[in-house]
Design a protein around this ligand. Structure first.
Ligand code: CO8
Length: 264
């Protein structure tokens, strides 16, 4: 389903396991208003229901911007209850994105600020262009990152660096983001989508259920003790034992050919 501000697109042929969710609200630099948020939520719900999707790219179809964050000009945001309900839907949408069974890759060209960066933080990987601008400027608006930023950023880059970025609200370049581990790759401006596709293709060739289980094991395991985490891993591994794909992987190895996985 595509909406006015968000489109869902599936690639074809050997890339058919790759889907792209694109933000498109050029006049507001993809600022997240209620309509864009609803469209985004619907798009990722569609991805979650699509059993043949293996990896999703979250990107912008507006040049030189990923997402400028929450729509600061939308009417009524001065009332506490309106802000509360908006931020609640932002939170639940980003948690839904993070919990998608398939990996997600944020493709960041230009600004990813506030809620825009929080969206990218809810993805599994982030790829940016060199002239990207990343930051959580909320404290400058006398609020704090409220859609996961205070939790996901420190888990990714460590407490001290996250505190500095959040306390100062500083905007950093793609190159600086790479140096602190906020993004997986920083590539020449304009090439983030290509790099993301390259990685998506690598993922798309692997056993699809294995990728889902790897994501679950890492995400669930990191939130609990090591002992419990190892149990999560064991459970995820166990779910792969009876798959046809596991046998196909072994057969392909023995026959010196590429495996042909069906997600079964
Ligand atoms: N909300 C609404 N409109 C925006 C936003 C935004 N977040 N960002 C940009 N726009 C609009 C501009 O107002 C401008 O509109 P107009 O043409 O009518 O004046 C248009 O987009 C183009 O913007 P610029 O001319 O500024 O474009 P530049 O390319 O020079 O700069 C930037 C792009 C870097 C993205 C710049 O616009 C910018 O810094 N934007 C603000 C970023 C920001 O502070 N975001 C908010 C972070 S806080 C957050 O996301 C969580 C808040 C949760 C609160 C909940 C309240 C609902």
């Amino acid at each position: 389903a595509s909406s006015q501000f968000v489109s869902l697109h599936r690639l074809s042929d050997s890339d058919s396991g790759i889907v792209e969710v694109s933000l498109h609200r050029p006049e507001a630099k993809n600022a997240i208003g209620k309509d864009l948020l609803r469209g985004f939520r619907n798009a990722i719900e569609d991805v979650s229901k699509d059993s043949s999707a293996n990896v999703v790219l979250i990107r912008s179809s507006v040049p030189k911007v990923f997402c400028a964050g929450a729509d600061l000009k939308e009417r009524k945001i001065q009332s506490a209850s309106e802000v509360q309900s908006f931020v609640n839907s932002l939170r639940s949408t980003f948690s839904f994105l993070e919990a998608l069974r398939v990996p997600s890759i944020a493709v960041i060209e230009g600004a990813a600020l506030g809620g825009g960066l929080e969206m990218a933080l809810s993805c599994d990987l982030r790829i940016c262009g060199e002239d990207a601008i990343l930051g959580l400027p909320e404290t400058g608006l006398a609020i704090i990152p409220g859609a996961g930023g205070t939790q996901r950023l420190p888990r990714l880059v460590g407490k001290a660096i996250a505190k500095e970025l959040i306390y100062t609200g500083r905007r950093i370049s793609g190159t600086a983001a790479l140096s602190i581990g906020l993004v997986n790759y920083c590539v020449p401006a304009g090439e983030a989508h290509l790099k993301a596709l390259e990685i998506a293709r690598e993922i798309n060739e692997k056993g699809p259920i294995a990728i889902r289980m790897a994501k679950r094991a890492i995400n669930e395991g990191l939130e609990v003790s090591m002992v419990s985490g190892l149990e999560v891993e064991e459970d995820c591994y166990g779910q792969l034992l009876d798959t046809k794909d596991r046998l196909e992987g072994l057969a392909a190895f023995a026959e010196k050919r590429k495996p042909n996985y069906n997600g079964e």
